[in-house]
Write a protein that binds this ligand. Structure first.
Ligand code: HOZ
Length: 438
């Protein structure tokens, strides 16, 4: 390995940040508590590469936790943002760009006929649930252990992502009465889901699910799971809400609903559709969506919703994806190359690692086989992951700082960068193995 990287400036920035921001961050996983050491503080990104404030360069697989499918600062997106900014950054009035982004979403996502644009994935799921409750006249929501749907009250029960990373059972500040509106079942378990329905006849408004779970690490739905949810919802008069904040436009233009051929009633989107700016969206049939004010009686609003800069970034990103016929095939090939290389590297070092992957989204679990639910995911060797994370960082590869997050490959990655990452992983797995032996 070359000379150790220096991180003095990152450390100084974090010390300053900790005095002003809780934990020094604005989103908990970024604090690196799960992997130890100081976070690297980022100065800039270009393509698949990041540079930190000490001048160290990294191959990036965080991709801002998913939005950056084109990589950092793609020229077309930067141009679109600058052009939009020059015309004014926010109006509190309708703009053509909102309809343009909506048209692209409606054209691509099979179950969406009409969409409401908001500012984050959290807002999207929260608002879609309000709509589901209004449409059904019921209060209860069924979610799956290990799925994360943002930080709204009532959705933090057995949640993935940061809540899993920090092993929090739930969050103080959520009134017990709100939490009681959320029912839980294990992911990929239709029998347990059916039992929850049976125990609450006529009372469940909605089943909310990540159709590919991405916040307990990546966990694929077992064959028939999503179809089974559709059937259960139909049988019991509940709505099916797919949280495609991660999967939307990531595992294909039409997201998981297209890939697995299941039509939800409502879909939440975010990440890729904002091209790296803050955007969320929820959509469904015209009849359902026209319940939203001012067309209907269900209230939800936002000063910066449909923001011109965010619309410009989203439109430029979706247009770049649409113009590039081979985009998803290339993403899949790069994902497969990374998966294969990592699997070989782990095997070579004698470290049990099982890699879950759908297209360009993947999680290598320090487990003997890929998990099918949160209980299995939680059995992963998180200490080994932490060691691996640090070893990769020191070799110039930046990974999401938790075993329970998903890695993302972008169109700015190429085979050479993937191979460099795999070479780093060979050493990093070796470090994990030596530590276990020693
Ligand atoms: N828990 C979020 C991803 N699943 C973190 C987002 C962030 O910190 O940027």
């Amino acid at each position: 390995m070359s000379a150790p990287r220096r991180h003095e400036r990152s450390a100084a920035e974090m010390a300053h940040a900790r005095a002003l921001l809780p934990g020094g961050v604005n989103s908990p996983v970024r604090a690196y508590r799960a992997v130890g050491g100081e976070p690297v503080v980022i100065a800039s990104g270009r393509g698949a590469l990041l540079t930190d404030v000490d001048g160290n360069e990294y191959i990036d697989y965080v991709a801002s936790f998913g939005p950056l499918i084109l990589g950092h600062a793609p020229p077309a997106v930067v141009r679109a943002i600058c052009d939009a900014a020059a015309l004014g950054t926010s109006f509190g009035a309708p703009t053509p760009a909102e309809t343009e982004l909506a048209a692209r979403v409606v054209a691509a996502v099979p179950s969406i006929e009409m969409v409401r644009l908001v500012n984050s994935g959290t807002e999207a799921t929260m608002s879609a649930l309000r709509l589901a409750r209004a449409a059904t006249g019921r209060d209860l929501v069924l979610k799956f252990e290990g799925c994360y749907h943002g930080h709204a009250d009532g959705l933090l029960a057995a949640a993935g992502s940061g809540v899993a990373t920090f092993a929090l059972p739930d969050s103080p500040g959520v009134p017990a009465a709100f939490a009681a509106q959320t029912l839980l079942a294990p992911y990929n378990d239709l029998d347990a889901t059916a039992a929850v329905f049976a125990a609450h006849p006529g009372a469940i408004a909605c089943v909310i699910v990540e159709p590919v779970a991405g916040n307990m690490g990546l966990v694929e739905p077992v064959p028939g799971f999503l179809q089974g949810l559709r059937r259960l919802c139909d049988r019991h008069g509940a709505l099916l809400l797919f949280d495609e904040v991660i999967t939307g436009f990531r595992i294909g233009r039409g997201g998981a609903q297209q890939r697995y051929g299941v039509r939800p009633d409502l879909t939440a989107l975010g990440k890729v559709i904002g091209g790296g700016l803050p955007v969320g969206a929820y959509g469904g049939s015209r009849a359902l969506m026209e319940r939203m004010a001012p067309a209907g009686d269900v209230y939800q609003a936002g000063t910066l919703s449909g923001n011109p800069l965010a619309m410009a970034a989203g439109i430029a990103t979706l247009d770049a994806l649409a113009a590039d016929e081979g985009a998803y095939r290339r993403l899949d090939l790069l994902g497969a190359r990374l998966e294969g290389g990592l699997a070989d590297a782990a095997r070579g070092a004698g470290v049990a690692v099982a890699i879950a992957r759908v297209g360009s989204a993947l999680t290598p679990f320090f487990l003997a086989s890929t998990p099918r639910d949160f209980t299995q995911a939680r059995a992963a060797d998180t200490a080994a992951f932490a060691r691996f994370h640090r070893a990769m960082l020191e070799r110039g590869v930046l990974l999401p700082p938790s075993q329970f997050e998903t890695w993302f490959v972008s169109l700015a990655h190429d085979e050479a960068l993937v191979d460099r990452s795999v070479a780093a992983a060979r050493d990093a797995f070796g470090e994990v193995a030596r530590h276990r032996a020693g």
